[in-house]
Design a protein around this ligand. Structure first.
Ligand code: F6R
Length: 245
């Protein structure tokens, strides 16, 4: 596990975007695993800027996103489908047919998850998986559990996740309580993983996830077993591990 120290959120975003850019430059026909949430927004902004400058070409890229709220339509601004178009896809030359987000509009959860596993499989595998991390250590929407989930599955979101995500909705009652998420096994199958963390509120979980015991109660702790993980974090997020990295 490699730790890349950044000064602040903007520095972290640029460093993370550089890692993603390098992937696209080295392998223009790569598969990027992408995440939503507030942490990667700055990195997506950089990628859009660099594309506009002519430094990046997404025409050969395929993307698979980690997760989606169950029940939200694509035109709902809180859906992850909308988020990805808004922050990245509609601003770069990625082929929309090559962008994939679990389909939250499919009511049949088993069918939605089966279809998404097929989609991920059909890409031939993720070259670089971008991950944010929840305060309880969730990655994608793999919440603390007794086991590590394998493939795409439907989850009941933890109350702390619903609370954290309520900042994006008009009221807490509007926050969906379920989501479809890629499983841990799929995430761990990515060739390389890039984790982005920012802010004091992530300092505790950064220490637990990367220096604590490997347990499904802290889903991100499994990343300690992956051979190619880079964690880019700012000083605030690395505050509790600064003397160990
Ligand atoms: C979103 C996702 C989540 C977020 C996590 C952190 O696709 O996979 O695991 O990465 O909830 O969210 P932020 O970045 O908003 O703190």
């Amino acid at each position: 596990m490699r730790f890349v120290k950044a000064r602040d959120y903007d520095d972290m975003s640029r460093k993370a975007a550089n890692v993603i850019s390098a992937q696209v430059i080295y392998k223009p026909e790569c598969v990027l695993g992408l995440a939503t949430g507030s942490t990667p927004v700055g990195a997506y902004k950089c990628l859009v800027e660099w594309y506009r400058k002519g430094d990046l070409d997404f025409s050969g890229v395929t993307s698979v996103n980690l997760d989606e709220y169950r029940g939200l339509q694509h035109d709902n601004p809180q859906s992850y489908y909308y988020f990805m178009n808004d922050h990245l896809f509609s601003h770069v030359n990625i082929d929309p047919a090559n962008t994939h987000v679990p389909d939250g509009t499919i009511a049949d959860a088993d069918e939605a998850c089966r279809q998404y596993d097929e989609t991920v499989k059909s890409t031939g595998g993720v070259d670089l998986q971008l991950l944010g991390m929840g305060h309880n250590g969730h990655i994608g929407f793999n919440e603390p559990d007794d086991v590590f989930a394998k493939g795409t599955h439907c989850v009941n979101l933890a109350q702390s996740t619903i609370d954290a995500n309520s900042r994006f909705f008009a009221s807490r009652d509007e926050v969906p309580t379920q989501a479809y998420t890629m499983g841990i096994q799929t995430i761990m199958s990515a060739k390389k993983i890039l984790v982005v963390v920012s802010g004091t509120d992530k300092a505790d979980i950064v220490e637990k996830a990367f220096f604590g015991p490997i347990t499904p109660q802290v889903p991100a702790s499994i990343l300690q077993l992956h051979p190619e993980v880079t964690v880019v974090g700012d000083e605030a997020a690395f505050a509790k591990i600064a003397d160990r990295i």
